[in-house]
Design a protein around this ligand. Structure first.
Ligand SMILES: Cc1cc2nc3c(=O)[nH]c(=O)nc-3n(C[C@H](O)[C@H](O)[C@H](O)COP(=O)(O)OP(=O)(O)OC[C@H]3O[C@@H](n4cnc5c(N)ncnc54)[C@H](O)[C@@H]3O)c2cc1C
Length: 383
């Protein structure tokens, strides 16, 4: 693959590769992983060996230098099939943590982490949220205090995706608690450092196999080269990376909704009531038509935002709009689809029930939808 404009045929072949991987390496085991509440460590190595991690990172850092569409295709295929746990873990690793390192890291930091991230040897996590600070990130209490040439990290984080398997975590910490928004910095923290402790893998209502953890830092020694980006630049860096993060959530939301519709069409055409397929009732037909329309309109706006991102023009407001709109649409669609399954839709053994539980988090993480509304309103009427 080249970094040039993707050729449709190449992208189609790539989607086939992704689907084959999912059919061979994921489908037979996914139920088991959902029950276990975690994906197996070996899966990451298999993903790396198949070239499915950090695909748009440049060759010299272990990626394929592929256009962004190839990275998006992986998430689309896994979300469409309902493998949202896998989708969220890979997205965090390849499309949030790796770009932070690529965009903000020194050459030494890129060379240290990215090739091992592309091979799956080292998995990445991003730790912002704390028990007392989620939407209001300025309220974080984790500190990195100067110690010799480096820092000492103290505090804790919660709800950290990939927390159980991660080898490196980008941690937001206060380097100057009195400096407000300018007092937060980002650090690359290796999970084998003394004082780094993983807490519980938290029990959730959905996305069971996507491990979500507490992390604790007890006087963790940070070397001078563990600072990512500028001292005090943490919030600025977060804002710069948000458009990609929110676009990623949107791609998963749209594909997840499309997958739910595909499964529902399959079901209503075979299930019978009153001697006729459920698909023959006018209510079913109208519901399906509404769902299809809802999805198509959101896909069109998503495609526009993706094109803007590719040109470096996706702003914070558009990114908030696409995250808000697509995650709300996803919630509506999976709920309407589940309804068409009747009681079977409420049974865990029917995948549509997982579409429903997995979709719920999309309105909360990546910045809650209330915060998205705030961001959009700010662009209209200020603070
Ligand atoms: C499964 C899962 C995975 C996650 N992964 C990660 C991760 O990898 N890394 C990470 O750092 N975090 C992660 N998070 C955390 C997630 O980003 C936060 O949960 C989210 O930002 C909301 O923060 P909070 O839970 O503290 O809710 P709060 O901030 O306490 O919000 C509670 C409610 O108040 C609303 N609210 C808050 N402020 C305002 C306001 N100004 N105006 C209007 N309404 C407001 C919120 O929208 C929400 O409805 C994850 C969470 C979950 C559940």
């Amino acid at each position: 693959m080249t970094a040039a404009q993707p050729i449709e045929a190449e992208l189609t072949a790539w989607r086939d590769t992704v689907r084959r991987f999912l059919a061979d390496e994921v489908a037979p085991h996914y139920e088991k992983w959902e029950k276990a509440g975690i994906l197996p460590r070996e899966l990451y190595l298999k993903l790396g060996a198949a070239g499915l991690l950090c695909v748009d990172a440049p060759d010299e850092y272990g990626g394929s230098g592929a256009p962004l569409e190839f990275a998006f295709a992986i998430h689309e295929e896994s979300a469409r099939l309902g493998y949202m746990s896998l989708c969220s873990n890979m997205m965090m690793h390849s499309d949030i943590v790796a770009p932070y390192i690529l965009h903000l890291g020194s050459e030494a930091q890129r060379r240290k982490y990215l090739p091992r991230m592309a091979s799956g040897e080292c998995f990445g996590a991003l730790a912002m949220t704390e028990p007392g600070a989620g939407s209001d990130l300025q309220a974080i209490r984790t500190t990195a205090t100067p110690d010799g040439d480096g820092w000492r990290l103290n505090g804790s984080k919660i709800f950290i995706t990939n927390g159980q398997h991660c080898g490196v975590v980008i941690v937001a910490a206060k380097t100057d608690p009195k400096a407000g928004a300018r007092g937060t910095s980002l650090f690359l923290v290796d999970a084998d450092l003394p004082g780094f402790k993983r807490g519980r893998n938290l029990d959730k209502i959905g996305m069971h196999a996507a491990d979500t953890s507490e992390l604790f830092f007890d006087n963790v020694p940070l070397a001078p080269d563990s600072l990512l980006g500028r001292t005090g630049g943490g919030f600025g860096h977060l804002i710069d990376e948000l458009p990609r993060e929110r676009l990623m959530l949107a791609v998963a939301a749209v594909a997840h909704a499309e997958g739910a519709l595909e499964r529902t069409v399959e079901y209503v055409t075979t299930r019978k009531a009153f001697g006729a397929p459920v698909a023959s009732f006018q209510n079913t037909r109208f519901e399906l038509a509404k769902i299809k329309t809802d999805i198509e309109i959101h896909r069109a706006y998503y495609e526009k935002c993706r094109a803007l991102y590719a040109q470096g023009k996706l702003g914070v407001t558009e990114a908030a709009i696409i995250k808000l709109a697509t995650s709300e649409m996803e919630g509506r669609v999976v709920d309407a689809c589940l309804q068409l399954f009747g009681g079977y839709g409420y049974m865990s053994e029917y995948p549509i029930s997982r579409y429903w539980t997995d979709a719920r988090i999309q309105r909360i993480y990546g910045g809650s939808n209330e915060i998205m509304k705030e961001v959009i309103a700010r662009s209209l009427v200020g603070r």
